[in-house]
Ligand binder design. Structure first.
Ligand code: 5AD
Ligand code: SF4
Length: 427
């Protein structure tokens, strides 16, 4: 199984290059691995992460060629936008504006978030059509290992916050590496997200060691370890980590400080900007539907994410969780999430938008709908079962009892049914 296909480097200028995938050209950064024109390479998130021999590449490409074009055809068919549908006049004007690449006013964004049920399909169809035009049928599929549920922070919304009375675990260094090896060698992942609470037991020495070993497998190492020191992030970048997931959670600075006691939004944003500047591929975003949150805050959240210029948007519904100060608060609906995805696609046409597990926890069948409303990336949880069920950031997390291979199969079936290829072809 393979979550990205190799391509041939056909051009290099400075630190950028062009990769050819069956005639389709993509731009990539080439300064992470020593490569030359003519090499066959793997890219993730717009960076060449590894090279392989021509013989190996040919074998994979031969196996993929037919499927590659068949999936593309299917995706195109499923992504048409029927311009003849009669709809509410105002909404139609807004959709035309989006199609003409004109920026939306705040009122128009609010109108998208407030559309009637009958008009949802046409909005999602346009978002999906834009996704198809911008990204083709490529869908990034990353693996995620949740290696510790211990956290120094006490975020009000989170089920593994410091004060939560839950069973804790910390995976040993060799154990993390063993799971990573399996994810790469057995399941074919080319990018691995290492996620944990803010657990200071994993200090610079330990994390550097883990990053170096996993990076030596030729994959993209993606960190999701919370608000840690800039020095630590710099050290891990130097050790070979190249992507980072750090949400700002909410653009409302008062809510941020209330829900993340002792912390400030501006420090968080400063760190996110620093990480981008260091050269990390950035994934960031927010929670949707924190208590008493207006639609204006959601729009501010999307706009702030856009301003941070991440390579990937990561947002999801807030899920009220027992044992936290926000237990029992209101839960969003599936439509709320789909509208947020579509609006994000309209605001930032070229965005990579992740379908997150919180979305799937809200609604088990959302994956397909989200991918048909503008989303184009996902993660597969490869954490060993005995730990996965303890990583309870929020209640009733979906898939925690699923066998990993079953989960991979289920997701690939969804992707193929929509004509999507589980390949990250870069920018
Ligand atoms: N519901 C949904 N997402 C949550 N997170 C934390 N608690 C919850 C919750 N109750 C998210 C935060 C954090 C990510 C790791 O998990 O946005 O960044
Ligand atoms: Fe810790 Fe992250 Fe949960 Fe906050 S959201 S308590 S930092 S794991």
């Amino acid at each position: 199984m393979c979550y990205t296909i190799p391509g041939k480097l056909v051009e290099i200028k400075g630190n950028t290059g062009i990769i050819d995938y069956f005639g389709e050209k993509r731009r990539v950064l080439v300064d992470f691995v020593n490569v030359k024109v003519g090499d066959y390479v793997y890219a993730q998130g717009g960076i060449v992460i590894n090279k392989l021999s021509e013989a190996q590449a040919r074998e994979i490409l031969d196996a993929w060629e037919e499927l590659f074009f068949a999936l593309k055809e299917k995706d195109k068919k499923l992504s048409t936008f029927n311009k003849n549908i009669s709809s509410q006049h105002l909404l139609w004007d807004i959709l035309q504006k989006i199609n003409r690449n004109q920026p939306l006013s705040r009122d128009e964004m609010l109108c998208i978030l407030d559309i009637r049920r009958d008009d949802e399909r046409i909005v999602y169809d346009l978002a999906n059509n834009i996704r198809q035009r911008e990204h083709g049928n490529a869908c990034c599929v990353h693996g995620i290992i949740e290696f510790s549920n211990i956290c120094e922070s006490n975020c009000w919304y989170c089920g593994i916050r410091r004060d939560a009375d839950i069973e804790r675990y910390r995976m040993g260094i060799d154990e993390i590496i063993e799971v990573a090896n399996k994810a790469v060698d057995k399941w074919g992942f080319k990018a691995l997200v290492l996620q944990s609470g803010e657990d200071l037991w994993y200090d610079g020495d330990k994390l550097e060691y883990i990053v170096k070993i996993i990076r030596s497998k030729g994959v993209l190492v993606f960190l999701s370890i919370g608000e840690r020191d800039k020095e630590l992030y710099k050290r891990l970048y130097d050790a070979g980590a190249r992507a980072v997931l750090l949400r700002f959670e909410t653009s409302d600075k008062n809510k941020f400080s209330c829900y993340r006691p002792g912390r400030e939004l501006r420090t968080r944003i400063d760190l996110i900007k620093y990480l981008k500047q260091l050269g990390y591929i950035l994934a960031t975003g927010f929670l949707i539907g924190l208590p008493q949150e207006s639609k204006d805050v959601l729009i501010n959240n999307i706009m702030l994410t856009k301003e941070l210029a991440p390579q990937m948007y990561s947002f999801g519904p807030f899920i009220p969780t027992i044992g936290t100060p926000l237990a029992g608060k209101q839960l969003l609906t599936k439509s709320d999430i789909l509208k947020a995805i579509a609006l994000t696609r309209f605001v930032d046409k070229n965005a990579n938008i992740l379908v997150t597990t919180a979305m799937e926890t809200l609604d088990q069948d959302i994956l397909k709908d989200a991918l048909m409303a503008g989303a184009n990336s996902l993660m597969i949880n490869v954490t060993p079962l005995q730990y996965k069920r303890l990583y309870r950031i929020y209640a009733n997390r979906t898939g925690v009892e699923d066998d990993i291979e079953k989960q991979i199969r289920r997701i690939l079936d969804v992707l193929y049914s929509l004509g999507r290829a589980p390949t990250d072809l870069g920018l």
